[in-house]
Design a protein around this ligand. Structure first.
Ligand code: ACO
Length: 324
């Protein structure tokens, strides 16, 4: 039996950071009213990184992939699987994973995309873990990357202030002892309308509404309830208690969701990694970006138990419990 361990992490943010005040001034020029005070008190977000128009998800993902390979001490030729989570792919096809595979020169890798919106990274990580456990891969690159700014309606102040762009990546290697201890994924398509971008291009025309739409209060309630349940499921699977979790790395949507979740689980807030103040919500990139940030600043240490959690459109949610 072989298991999967996290051998390295990496991330990349577009260089342009935009504070709430800068965003508010920009939006005011378009007749949309918001403020730093409203955004901080309702969400905890203080700034976000935004890609220049025309920058593609594959470009951010490639930079994060190179950083993760370097951190793991892995060569691109060793990678035999690339799974990339995104809801803002460069194209309908080829997949963004294939574009990254070519960019980094991973000549021996299979590559495909996963689409589970803000849960995408935990879906991709759990899938890569299953490939490694089944003996079908030995070195997997798992990436979450988004240019979410490209699907925002900048006249809708209820959504456009919440998101940012970025990418994060993890190298998973086969090992004799488990790093990934347990995983739980779930979906409820009957809730698809509370968070969606329900447009597409067909016959050369745009059908439906291509912008992100959200019922914020419904998403809030679902996120807290479902992540609480999912955390308990993976702890039970792994045979550890919630008190044994050293760090929670939840999807970075809203500080009030994270606070309420931590309270429900009885995990002290000091053990929750929060990056949304600087990155905002980067959808599939948020969990690997937060994980990489907390590894590089020394908070997350080898041997610690880390709970990674995603929740988002679909509706989808899930958890991956790892020993670093
Ligand atoms: N600036 C100023 N005022 C605003 C803004 C803004 N950016 N956005 C909305 N408002 C106004 C509304 O127009 C409304 O005004 P009104 O009372 O005069 O009609 C008022 O603020 C309250 O609006 P609500 O939508 O009821 O605000 P709420 O308190 O629910 O906060 C929020 C909205 C932050 C989105 C909240 O619902 C929330 O945290 N939801 C969780 C969902 C989330 O974080 N989603 C992220 C993406 S999903 C995911 O990643 C899983």
């Amino acid at each position: 039996m072989q298991y999967a361990v996290i051998a390295g992490t990496g991330s990349f943010l577009p260089p342009r950071s935009v504070s709430n005040d800068e965003l508010a001034a920009d939006l005011a020029a378009r007749g949309v009213e918001t403020s730093d005070e409203w955004i901080v008190t309702r969400t905890g977000i203080r700034q976000r990184h935004l890609a220049e128009r025309g920058v593609r998800t594959s470009e951010l993902a490639t930079r994060a992939a190179f950083a993760a390979l370097e951190n793991a001490g892995a060569k691109a030729e060793e990678v035999d699987l690339i799974i990339l989570a995104t809801s803002t792919p460069d194209f309908v096809f080829p997949s963004t994973a294939c574009l990254v595979q070519a960019n980094i020169g991973a000549a021996n890798a299979a590559a495909f995309d996963v689409q589970a919106v803000c849960s995408g990274f935990v879906y991709a990580l759990s899938t890569a873990d299953a490939f490694i456990r089944a003996g079908r891969a030995r070195c997997a690159l798992v990436i979450g990357a988004e240019v979410f700014s490209s699907i925002l309606d900048w006249s809708d102040r209820g959504t456009c202030v919440l998101f940012g762009d970025g990418a994060g990546a993890v190298v998973l290697r086969a090992a004799e002892q488990p790093g990934v201890l347990a995983a739980h994924l779930q979906a409820d398509g009957s809730q698809s309308k509370i968070l969606c971008a329900a447009g597409n291009v067909a016959y050369g025309e745009v059908f439906g509404d291509p912008f992100l739409r959200m019922d914020g209060q419904a998403v809030f309630k679902q996120a807290v309830t479902l992540l609480d349940r999912s955390a308990r499921i993976v702890c039970e699977q792994a045979g550890i208690s919630l008190a044994d979790i050293d760090w929670m790395v939840p999807h970075q949507a809203n500080v009030r969701i994270l606070t309420m979740l931590a309270r429900k689980l009885g995990v002290p807030l000091e053990r929750v990694v929060v990056t949304l103040d600087k990155h905002a919500n980067t959808s599939a990139a948020s969990v690997p970006l937060a994980l990489d940030t907390a590894r590089r600043d020394g908070r997350i240490q080898p041997g610690q138990h880390v709970l990674l959690q995603g929740v988002g459109g679909g509706f989808t949610w899930g958890s991956v419990l790892v020993r670093m």
